[in-house]
Every structure is written in C-alpha cells, then in structure tokens.
Ligand binder design. Structure first.
Ligand code: FDA
Length: 389
C-alpha cells in the first residue's frame, strides 16, 4: 500500500474517530492506527453499556484543567446538539436521566458502529493491532509501527488517558509530547472511589444516601455509597477529581438543613427520645447507630448539653474524613492531567511548537465531571482538529 497519508490519527476512540470522519469529509487521505483489536473499547463499556454520550447542559465549569478557559472554544464550536443531530441521522435515540445525562437507547455499541460507518463513508482507512514503535519528524512525520512504516503530514494523538490499564490504556500521548519537548501535567486517577483504613467503615457497606460533599472548593450533591473498601457513588467520584493525597473531604449528611438547630429544637419537643432513634428518622438506621456508637454517644436528648448538641450538629453537616487513598487507575473512569494546554492552540488543538502535531480527547489536560462531559470533550476536540488537519 502507499504508506503516505495526509493525516494519521493514533487511537480509534471517541476523539480519534470523530476527528477522522471530519478530516475524511474534507477530502484528506486519513489513516487511523489502533493498538487494540477493535475500535472504541471505552465507548463500548461506558454508561453500563448504554453510553452516557453527552449532557444537555454542557459548560466550561464542568471541566478541570490548569487553564479552565482552554476548553471553551471547542465546546462552543461542536456542541452536544451537534452530536445528538448525528445520532438522529443514524436513527439512534436517547433517554434523559437525572442531571441532564443522555444515554443511547440502542446501546453503546450502536455509537461505535455509527462512528465507524461515518468513517467508512468519509473514506477513512483503519488498521487494528498496530503499535507505534518509533516516531521521527525530519520534515514530515515518519512512524515505524509493528506493521508497516508510515508517514504523514499531520499527526493526531488520540490515545486517551491511562485509566483502566487492563484495557491497554497508557500514557502514550504524554510520551509523544515529551518526545517533542512539550510540557505535560502528571496524570492522576479521577472519577474514582476513595479507600479508608480497613475497619473504619466496618458494618456499613451497602448503605446509600444523598449527601453534599466538598473538597478544595468543589461541592457536589448526589448519592454516596459506602463500600467494603471505602466510599463510592456519583458524589464521591465527582469530588475525587479535586482531591489530593492527605486532603480531608467534608460530608454534609443532612444537606439543606441545619442539624444543630434541628437537634436543639427536638430536645425541647421530645426530651426522652434517644439520639440514635432521632437520627434514624433522617439517616439510614445502620449509619445512625454506628455514628452514635463510634463517633458520638447515645442517650435521651435531655442528657445532652447544648454545646454537645451543637458539636454533633456541626459534624452531621460537615463530617471531616481523610481518605487513605483512591482505588487508583485500576477503576478510575478518567485521569486528570495530560498534555499541557499551554502547548496547544485551543482553536485547532495543534501544538504551537510542532506544526502538524495535534492532541485531542483525554490525552489533553481537560477532564470532565461525571455525566457525559468527557465524551463531549472528546467529540468537540476531535471535531475541531478534524477541520484543520
Ligand atoms: P479513548 O480511550 O476513547 O480512545 C483511545 C484509543 O487509543 C483507544 O482505542 C486505545 O486502544 C487507543 N490507543 C491507546 N494507546 C495507543 C497506542 N499507543 N497506539 C495506538 N492506539 C492506542 N465518559 C463519558 O462521558 N460518559 C460515560 O458514560 C463514560 N463512561 C465510562 C466508563 C468507563 C468504565 C470508563 C473507563 C470511562 C468512561 N468514560 C465516560 C470516559 C470516556 O470513556 C473517556 O473520557 C473517552 O473515551 C476519552 O476519549 P478518547 O478518544 O480521548 O480516548
């Protein structure tokens, strides 16, 4: 085969496939090189097999990045409505769940099939089971691969982030950046459960409740799940992206109410009711019992001094816990960090110091909240680069 292409895209994931489709439609000769034996592995397992492919309410505030402004341009130019229109063209439909999250009714695989169909129509070539062994740029890019040696004028790195290494995920994008002298921010597991010392939450596994959790200025109110290893559930995954080793998280177990006021007024009305009985009216019974046994004390409300009730109320509204760690890349849904946005054009995603080299998707230091935001960044950044390569 003629091994020179206008554009080579490394990674047949969310960002790479949309970029390939756009570049192909512009008449570019495009090759997508994929290490795995199939495209879109993370899309296939996303959203419990239904893929939370975007969100009705996307804004730059839903993203973490050293430069919070960087994502604005791409998100404004390729929106959630654009991707929904593409699904509609293929007869795909979606269901809206809480917080504006959209899931594909035909399943996640239908989205991969749609992207592959679009790539085929745009004349894009794909090769699987292909690894990049060496990369040079004397004038154009020369790629030595586990199959053919290839060359291209524009090279797009769309290899995602290192979360879930058993799926073959790596930090390849950051390695390429380093190879060309571009700065990166270290990857860190995000959207990941917290772990606690064994025994700390003993007997509480399986309890789920709505709480408000804050850490380093970020605040989320959603469900929390106590597990055998620590804390999980959407609210914990969200806040984990903002957490650094050693930080405390603050959990409001009774969001929307002043717990101290409530305890004091109940003491006046029902002095004989026991604290654990009262707490069980607002919290799961097992949690109320454990709080009174391990963190507070139990007894009829009349036994508690006002000062102690205020302390207990303050703890219920802001329970300070220091996780011992997270479950790490093994279960993280994404990773924060990646190629430093200071090295890239926010309009084209091209490296300013290396003409023709582009980085898109999770490889870039832009990480979304839980709720379809990571795919929307992948679609948007892929689409933008696809207009310029
Ligand atoms: P992506 O990971 O999709 O693609 C990278 C591709 O590059 C892969 O095909 C990989 O095999 C390939 N590759 C890697 N290294 C290579 C190399 N050296 N050479 C060649 N190819 C290489 N997000 C969301 O918005 N909604 C959701 O519902 C979910 N759900 C979800 C569930 C689970 C379990 C995970 C792990 C993640 C999610 N996510 C998510 C996150 C989402 O999957 C992620 O942000 C995007 O897939 C990122 O898209 P990219 O195209 O950047 O990388």
């Amino acid at each position: 085969m003629n091994t020179h292409f206008d554009v080579i895209i490394v990674g047949a994931g969310a960002a790479g496939l949309l970029c390939a489709r756009e570049a192909g439609r512009r008449g570019r000769r495009v090759l997508v090189v994929e290490k795995a034996d199939r495209a879109g592995r993370k899309i296939r397992i996303s959203g419990g097999g239904k893929s939370n492919f975007t969100n009705l309410d996307v804004s730059p505030e839903n993203y973490l990045s050293r430069n919070p402004h960087f994502c604005k341009s791409a998100l404004a130019r390729y929106t959630q409505w654009d991707f929904m229109a593409l699904l509609s063209e293929h007869g795909l439909t979606w269901e809206e769940r809480e917080h504006g999250q959209l899931f594909c009714e035909q399943g996640a695989v239908a989205i991969v099939d749609m992207l592959l169909d679009e790539c085929a129509r745009a004349g894009v070539e794909l090769i699987y089971d292909c690894e990049i062994l060496a990369l040079e740029k004397p004038d154009r890019f020369i790629l030595q691969t586990s199959r053919d040696d290839l060359s291209c004028d524009a090279l797009v790195i769309a290899t995602g982030g290192p979360s879930i290494p058993r799926m073959g995920s790596t930090d390849f994008g950051v390695q390429v950046a380093k190879r060309f002298g571009l700065k990166s921010i270290p990857f860190k597991p995000a959207l990941v459960p917290f772990t606690f010392p064994s025994g700390f939450l003993a007997g509480l596994a399986g309890i789920s409740l709505e709480v408000e959790v804050s850490c380093n200025g970020a605040v989320f109110r959603e469900q929390m799940l106590i597990t055998h290893r620590g804390l999980s559930g959407p609210v914990i995954l969200q806040v984990s992206s903002y957490w650094n080793k050693g930080d405390a998280i603050s959990i409001d177990l009774l969001p929307g109410m002043d717990a101290a006021d409530w305890l004091q007024s109940e003491q006046g009305v029902r002095p004989n009711v026991r604290l654990k009985t009262l707490l069980s009216e607002k919290l799961p019974r097992r949690l109320a019992q454990a709080l009174c046994a391990r963190w507070f004390e139990d007894g009829p409300l009349q036994q508690f001094q006002q000062k102690r009730l205020r302390e207990i109320g303050a703890t219920l509204n802001a329970w300070q816990l220091v996780p011992s760690g997270t479950e790490g890349m093994r279960t993280a849904e994404v990773a924060t960090g990646g190629v430093d946005t200071a090295e890239l054009s926010s309009r084209t995603l091209e490296a300013t110091k290396v003409p023709g080299l582009y980085f898109i998707g999770e490889t870039v230091d832009v990480t979304g909240h839980l709720g379809g935001y990571n795919f929307q960044w992948a679609w948007a950044s892929g689409w933008c680069a696809g207009q310029f390569v």
